[in-house]
Design a protein around this ligand. Structure first.
Ligand code: TYM
Length: 328
């Protein structure tokens, strides 16, 4: 079983990234050959600061190990270190239509926020498709917001296979049962996002304990008093219930039962404490790893070597089947 996922190294990671990303990476690495990629090439599709990209790459590297990836077991690497990704994106651009890319909701949302909409932002999904397909991936652990990109990846892979012969395995997305779409604490009908909403709306993985408690305490709740999961009637409380499941591993029903008869105040306090208990040890490990950039660089270099070797045969097959003349 091959596992692949990617995460962008820009902006500070939040509890939504933990829920749909990091925690699923640590869990799925147990299932087979796993690749986790810091997607720096994706990060330049909207205006970016070079220093932030540089630092963010090491920050996310440290966070991937701090949240449980084992460098002996998983291949953790930086996308730009493996040039096959940029090449695959170009080749796959020829089997992806303008209409498909134009329909991508993430493109529309991000484009609305930019004055300068780059061609790279438009082509973002073909780069992501290449990431996944190069490794003959079976499963892709992601949050709900990446579902459309994964569907496009499958379509593009099928089209390529039909046109040029069987080349890619068709990957499946893996989404958490609860917490696949963590919502903004202040606007619980919008997803928690690095690029939208206010600081008060997101619990950052590196927030200190008091900040976490305060943000959860001030989270928008709903009318009524019952701690019940109901996305239509109670989006705020439902979101906090899901965050509790992320922090403790309980099911939604278990959380509801535990807080039956309690008011929102008690419940919010408990969610805050559960998140503090989850994040404190992660933060300690993160600080330790981040304070040794040379060691981090060493681990990422090993990952890049492994990723180069693993992706080379697929890239070669793509060139060959598409009719590129090979030097003999
Ligand atoms: P990125 O960097 O935005 O997010 C990393 C992971 O976090 C998940 N996520 C969430 N999950 C639940 N609730 C939320 N509010 C929330 N916000 C973010 C994302 O779904 C993701 O799993 N395009 C991807 C990166 C990428 C990729 C790939 C992923 C590039 N190539 C190949 C998988 C496979 C992205 O921007 O993720």
């Amino acid at each position: 079983m091959k596992v692949f996922s990617g995460i962008q190294p820009t902006g500070e990671p939040h509890i939504g990234n933990y829920s749909g990303g990091f925690r699923q990476y640590a869990a799925t690495q147990e299932q087979g050959e796993a690749y986790f990629c810091i997607v720096d090439l994706h990060a330049i599709t909207v205006g970016h600061d070079p220093k932030e990209l540089y630092d963010g790459t090491l920050d996310i590297g440290a966070m991937l190990f701090a949240t449980g990836l084992d460098p002996e077991r998983s291949t953790v690497f930086v996308q730009s270190h493996v040039t096959a990704h940029a090449e695959a994106a170009w080749l796959l651009g020829s089997v992806t239509s303008f209409g498909e890319l134009r329909r991508m909701t993430q493109f529309k949302e991000k484009a609305d926020q930019q004055e300068f909409v780059s061609a790279a932002l438009f082509g973002y999904p073909t780069l992501m498709a290449g990431d996944i397909l190069l490794y003959q991936t079976d499963i892709v652990p992601i949050g709900d917001d990446q579902r459309q990109h994964l569907e496009l990846t499958r379509d593009v892979a099928e089209r390529f296979n039909q046109r040029f012969g069987e080349t890619f395995r068709i990957p499946d997305g893996v989404y958490p049962e609860a917490g696949a779409r963590v919502m903004d604490l202040q606007e619980p009908t919008k997803k928690m996002s690095k690029s939208f909403g206010t600081e008060a709306g997101k619990v950052l993985l590196m927030d200190d304990a008091d900040t976490i408690r305060r943000k959860v305490k001030r989270a928008v709740a709903d009318s009524g008093r019952e701690v019940r999961h109901d996305l239509d009637e109670k989006p705020g409380i439902s979101n906090l219930i899901e965050l509790m499941t992320v922090a403790t591993g309980e099911t939604i029903q278990e959380v509801e039962a535990r807080f039956d008869g309690h008011g929102y105040g008690d419940f919010k306090e408990a969610v805050g404490e559960a998140l503090v208990a989850l994040l404190t040890p992660i933060q300690e490990r993160y600080r330790e790893l981040r304070s040794d950039p040379a060691e981090l660089g060493r681990l990422l270099a090993i990952g890049a070597d492994k990723a180069r070797e693993a992706s080379a045969p697929t890239l070669e097959a793509m060139y060959e089947r598409m009719g590129f003349a090979q030097p003999s």
